[in-house]
Design a protein around this ligand. Structure first.
Ligand SMILES: Nc1nc2c(c(=O)[nH]1)N[C@H]1C(S)=C(S)[C@@H](COP(=O)(O)O)O[C@H]1N2
Ligand SMILES: [Mo]
Length: 420
């Protein structure tokens, strides 16, 4: 009897939650968009991950120069778009949380467990991802990047399981609502059997253990306008969150950038600062008269004062700073080419380098650069930024700038460059 009462309650909740926009077709429509957004995030996320932790055989494209700016801008924008989409998806399937009976079989248990895993990991993923764009790392007690990377496989894995299990539903409702047949006529599902409850004459609709179909109890066809209206709301919400944040990555939307944490053109040298010299504790070492850049190739070591770096052939290049956190900005840089400095210590073509910053105890203090960037004519040891001397906060006396790389690898306050 207790089980029966629980089932009846679930059934009642589910019936009460039924709404025209809550149907399998809507779940599939939103699911398609959400799936696409997740795949885009996964692909661009892998690109960003392997740029920062390359496998030995990997070679990366250095053109177009904005390749990382674009891919990471898409990553963050698609990730932000997942908020309204995931919300809409949960809305559309909400009555299904109250299925009766809650678990019908072992496969059904696996199905629901994979969805639970998928939903919870997705929420953690996009929330911590968003917090990360605001640099609120301190809020979570785990390393962001590794967690974000590991969770992405949990999500894509459970998404694959989810899609595989739901494939029949997805195929069936890809194009049409579930209470309308191919000809647009109303279909009323009656897969459950009304049976009297033991010891009572109340019929137990939908609690006989048979499959309860979506909105079975809704005898009205879902009005097309209601469904359109729902999609319109989701569309407006999506457009609004994108418009008010994407300006941090896409210049054309800069005017509408209300919530994006970084604003174009604001900061010393007209460029936002990621970590200040003060925060990096280099305010003394960076301006010390004894500062030199050490170029190291095995036993061959040469040091360059800033004046000596300035005497080398100077090049001016336009390259973006494109932070993993999503903000990016184009800037103009001037200084000697890295490959000329490498040649000055007889570094061979095709060498990789390891750059070390004056900054201590930081994930950004040491940076490895593969040969395709070392050899690139656009890769500079920058001394000037946007027509002025490099600001202390932007890496004075010298910082790395290379095409197509994440901001984290554009090491500031250089002190040593070693051939590896
Ligand atoms: N030594 C050092 N270099 C660094 C950083 C840092 O914290 N320390 N931050 C990196 C990050 S995450 C970015 S996005 C860029 C930002 O450059 P900017 O502060 O000059 O705009 O610098 C990179 N170089
Ligand atoms: Mo960054």
């Amino acid at each position: 009897m207790i089980a029966w009462r629980v089932q009846k309650l679930l059934h009642q909740i589910r019936s009460a939650l039924a709404a025209p926009s809550r149907n399998a077709h809507m779940a599939v429509v939103i699911g398609r968009l959400l799936g696409a957004a997740f795949l885009i995030c996964f692909g661009t996320g892998l690109f960003s991950h392997f740029l920062q932790e390359p496998l030995p055989w990997m070679v990366f494209p250095t053109r177009p120069i904005f390749i990382y700016q674009l891919s990471q801008g898409i990553h963050i924008t698609a990730g932000i778009l997942c908020f309204p989409l995931l919300f809409a998806k949960l809305y559309s399937i909400f009555p299904e949380l109250f299925q009766t009976p809650p678990i019908r079989s072992f496969p059904h248990f696996l199905e629901r467990a994979s969805i639970a895993l998928f939903v919870s990991s997705s929420i953690v993923q996009i929330v911590t991802g968003l917090l990360n764009t605001y640099q609120w790392y301190a809020l979570f007690p785990f390393p962001f990047r590794q967690t974000h990377y590991a969770l992405s496989f949990v999500i894509i894995g459970s998404l694959v399981i989810h899609i595989a299990i739901k494939l029949p539903t997805i195929q069936k409702y890809w194009r049409r609502a579930d209470n309308v047949d191919e000809k647009g006529a109303l279909v009323v599902h009656q897969e459950y059997v009304d049976q009297p409850v033991p010891g009572s004459d109340v019929p137990s609709r939908g609690v006989t253990g048979k499959l309860f179909k979506w909105i079975d109890d809704n005898p009205e066809p879902a009005p097309e306008t209601t469904r359109r209206g729902f999609l319109l709301i989701v569309g407006i919400a999506g457009a609004a969150v994108v418009a008010t944040t994407a300006g941090q990555s896409f210049r054309a939307l800069d005017f509408a950038n209300i919530f994006g944490p970084r604003k174009n053109g604001i900061g010393p040298n007209a460029l936002p600062v990621n970590r200040t010299a003060k925060a990096a504790k280099v305010t003394e070492t960076a301006v010390a008269a004894s500062w030199v850049l050490s170029m190291v190739n095995g036993d061959v070591i040469r040091t360059f004062t800033r004046a000596e770096l300035q005497k080398l052939p100077q090049y001016e290049v336009e390259l973006p700073i494109a932070c993993v956190e999503g903000w990016s900005q184009m800037a103009s840089w001037k200084g000697p080419r890295l490959r000329d400095l490498v040649a000055a210590v007889d570094g061979k073509e095709g060498t990789s380098i390891r750059a070390t910053s004056l900054e201590q105890d930081s994930n950004y203090a040491v940076m490895d650069m593969p040969p395709e960037y070392v050899n690139d004519e656009l890769t500079l040891v920058a001394l000037e930024l946007n027509g002025e001397e490099l600001d202390l906060d932007h890496g004075y006396p010298a910082r790395m700038i290379a095409p197509g790389r994440p901001g984290v690898m554009q090491t500031k306050w250089l002190s040593r460059i070693e051939m590896t």
